[in-house]
Design a protein around this ligand. Structure first.
Ligand code: IVH
Length: 668
């Protein structure tokens, strides 16, 4: 149904109003109406567009609330690679950079632009005829994920830009997606209130959010964007600083602290200024970026490997906070490894509160001379795991004494020992409750035997009440025993029993992984299960037999060999076999060859009759291989709904493509 002219006008008015409010709020940082009033306007527009779907335009603000989930992101190749920056950490290195620039530019005059290095995620936006048509992540610099739908939800990204004589219509913009410290905290507080997991820091949240497949959730997280790059053939581009002005005219957000530096000394002063002021910014930065301003000079300077010669990053050290080390406790892992942990006076570091941090091992504590009661520096590494980076010795109390590593396991009181050449201590008691709990937790884990209802708390109860000493005991548990535990009624006991029974159907590879043999992760367990027909075959395999399995090195082979020579382990294995868990490979059960046997399949897009994992299992159960990328070795590409770039690749390589229906027929 076509909307009457008055309705069309009304819709256009609402759109213009919403666009202007977005601009006021996200670009100019001067909100013009309340959130509630904004939501009401949006609601009116949504209603009109629902009534008359013909009214929807690709740049309507309603398109920001997120459409249907994406099954798989397509891959896009960047027209011009997205380079990264070389890092520097000192004034001397900045001088070296300036010297290199001067050597190449000779007697030419040049100036720099200095910008804050926003701690976010780099992305690229492509506009055609003024409309935002494609957004992508940096990926490996050459190819990234196409995340247009997610980026459309970000209100500081214009869906359409103004047109004008001196404004480009076809161009690419690059910049950084980030979240403010305040929005991050508010979001985390909400998560806490809902009893949900909190996020580690703003950068990771922004990056994780962009990879979400449901744009509706992306729309709820308040992501923003600063832009710092423009490329177009519509105009001649003279300088980076002019490009930034142009970006502003196009309604993109350019960071307000960007400045021109006539000399490298000015740039150094800028770096120092923001080193001090960075904590007062409403978002995280991890350094400064210094760029040669003139585009012609940038081109003259070119790039080495993956970084341009015309720009450099000056990185700030990780932010450290001081706090008191209240105690050092020991954590015991499932193989008995003892890890010292710092118990800290809670302190806010780079976006979250830290009260515990790893101290790695005895040598680490000794090398840094860390003592209980010390004022220590806490920081988050690139992997965001908090660590104690040093001690403020000026604040050390006179009565403090060096830390001595305990001699006993904190869990069972047994002796602990440090094998020669290793940094870690181990608890010698195989029956140590911490190890017992750890082994059972590993066996019951989602990726191993996936026993629902057998989480940390229940395992703790079962071990402390003496009902469980090892993984085999799981299969002798009685309903009355479980129901008699604290907070465990009849119903939860039955659920747990159902979970235990269901686990008996899981494939042999999962059981092998669940045994917790050292160095045997999920992948290795599967390799072993595929290669040997049964647990008996692995048990009687020689060290050489094990080493001959493709993908198994001598270290793993020896660990597996030892495990199956240990009487303790063998007893457990016997009990598991008796309990009825799968100890034979499914693969060996295949009767005869099928048309799938020996063929390699790649799936692109989603299937309606099964999940991706199910499809993989079905292919493998019939002796076929399932791979994640298309190559000349691929026999078939199964084309599901929303097929991605793999379909394109298959066409290029001339690989046979089949529909879901044809795939189902092959399986039969
Ligand atoms: S310029 C070739 N400017 O830093 C030029 N990058 O370490 C490449 N970044 O991938 C980028 N703020 O994610 C540039 N003002 C800024 C930046 C910035 C943050 C990030 C960006 C880039 C990384 C390089």
């Amino acid at each position: 149904m076509i909307a009457p002219a008055s309705t069309q006008q009304k819709a256009e008015k609402l759109r213009a109003a919403l666009r202007s409010h977005d601009n006021q709020y996200y670009v100019l940082s001067e909100p013009s109406i309340s959130d509630m009033e904004y939501d009401q306007l949006m609601q009116q527009l949504v209603q009109l567009e629902n009534e008359y779907p013909g009214l929807v335009t690709p740049d309507s603000p309603t398109q920001r609330v997120g459409g249907e989930p994406t099954k798989e992101f397509a891959t896009v190749t960047h027209d011009v690679p997205m380079l990264s920056l070389s890092n520097t950490y000192s004034d001397e290195e900045l001088d070296d950079f300036d010297r290199r620039v001067r050597e190449i530019l000779g007697s030419e005059k040049y100036q720099y632009v200095a910008e804050l290095k926003i701690d976010g995620v780099a992305i690229s936006l492509v506009y055609r005829n003024g409309l935002f048509v494609q957004g992508a992540t940096r990926g490996d610099g050459t190819q990234g994920d196409e995340i247009t739908k997610n980026l459309k939800t970000i209100r500081s990204i214009p869906l359409r830009v103004e047109s004008g004589k001196s404004l480009p219509k076809n161009f690419e913009v690059r910049g950084e997606i980030y979240m403010t410290k305040k929005d991050f905290d508010t979001m985390n507080r909400k998560q806490e209130m809902l009893g949900e997991k909190t996020f580690v820091n703003a950068r990771n949240t922004a990056s994780g959010t962009l990879k979400l497949q449901d744009p509706k959730i992306v729309a709820m997280r308040k992501l923003r964007m600063f832009t710092y790059f423009l490329r177009t053939n519509d105009l001649t581009m003279k300088s980076h600083s002019e490009n930034l002005q142009l970006l502003k005219k196009l309604s993109f957000v350019v960071n307000e602290h960007t400045t021109i530096c006539k000399t490298i000394s000015d740039a150094k002063a800028y770096c120092n200024e923001w080193m001090v002021k960075r904590s007062s910014l409403p978002y995280d930065i991890d350094g400064i970026v210094i760029k040669v301003d003139a585009i012609a000079q940038q081109q003259e300077l070119g790039a080495v490997a993956k970084s341009p010669r015309w720009a450099i990053a000056y990185k700030y050290p990780a932010q450290q906070m001081e706090t008191t080390l209240n105690a050092v406790t020991l954590q015991v892992g499932r193989v008995g490894t003892i890890t010292p942990v710092a118990e800290l006076e809670p302190v806010f570091v780079s976006g979250s509160t830290v009260s515990r941090a790893t101290l790695h091992n005895e040598d680490y504590i000794r090398d840094l001379d860390i003592r209980v009661g010390d004022t220590v520096f806490v920081e988050k590494g690139g992997d965001v795991i908090p660590k104690v980076a040093g001690v403020n010795k000026k604040k050390r109390s006179k009565s403090s004494t060096p830390f001595t590593f305990p001699k006993k396991c904190p869990e069972c009181g047994s002796r602990i020992f440090r094998p020669e050449g290793e940094a870690a201590y181990y608890c010698e008691n195989f029956e140590c409750p911490a190890q017992v709990r750890g082994r059972i937790e590993h066996f019951a884990h989602r990726r191993a035997m996936n026993i629902e209802g057998l989480g940390e708390a229940v395992i703790d109860l079962l071990v402390t009440t003496g009902l469980m000493h090892n993984i085999a005991d799981i299969y002798s548990l009685k309903k009355e025993q479980i129901a008699s535990l604290e907070r465990m009624g009849d119903k939860s006991a039955q659920n747990l029993l159902d979970g235990i029974i269901a686990s008996k159907q899981l494939p042999f590879g999962r059981v092998l992984f669940g045994l917790g043999i050292r160095f045997v992760g999920e992948g290795v367990a599967k390799l072993l299960a595929d290669h040997f027909s049964s647990i008996d075959a692995i048990r009687s395999a020689s060290l050489e037999d094990l080493e001959n399995v493709e993908g198994i090195g001598p270290r793993i082979a020896e660990s597996v060999f030892r495990f199956f020579r240990d009487t303790h382990s063998l007893k457990l294995v016997d009990r598991l076999v008796k309990a009825g868990v799968q100890t034979k490979s499914e693969k060996k059960k295949i009767a005869g060859r099928s048309s799938v046997t020996g063929k390699t399949f790649v799936l692109t897009g989603g299937l309606s009759s099964m999940s991706r994992d199910e499809a993989k299992e079905k292919i493998e159960a019939r002796g076929g291989k399932s791979s994640s990328s298309v190559s000349k070795k691929t026999d078939f590409v199964i084309v599901g709904t929303d097929a991605g770039s793999k379909l394109q690749k298959a066409k290029e390589l001339g690989i046979t493509t089949i529909s879901e229906e044809e795939f189902l027929r092959l399986l039969k």
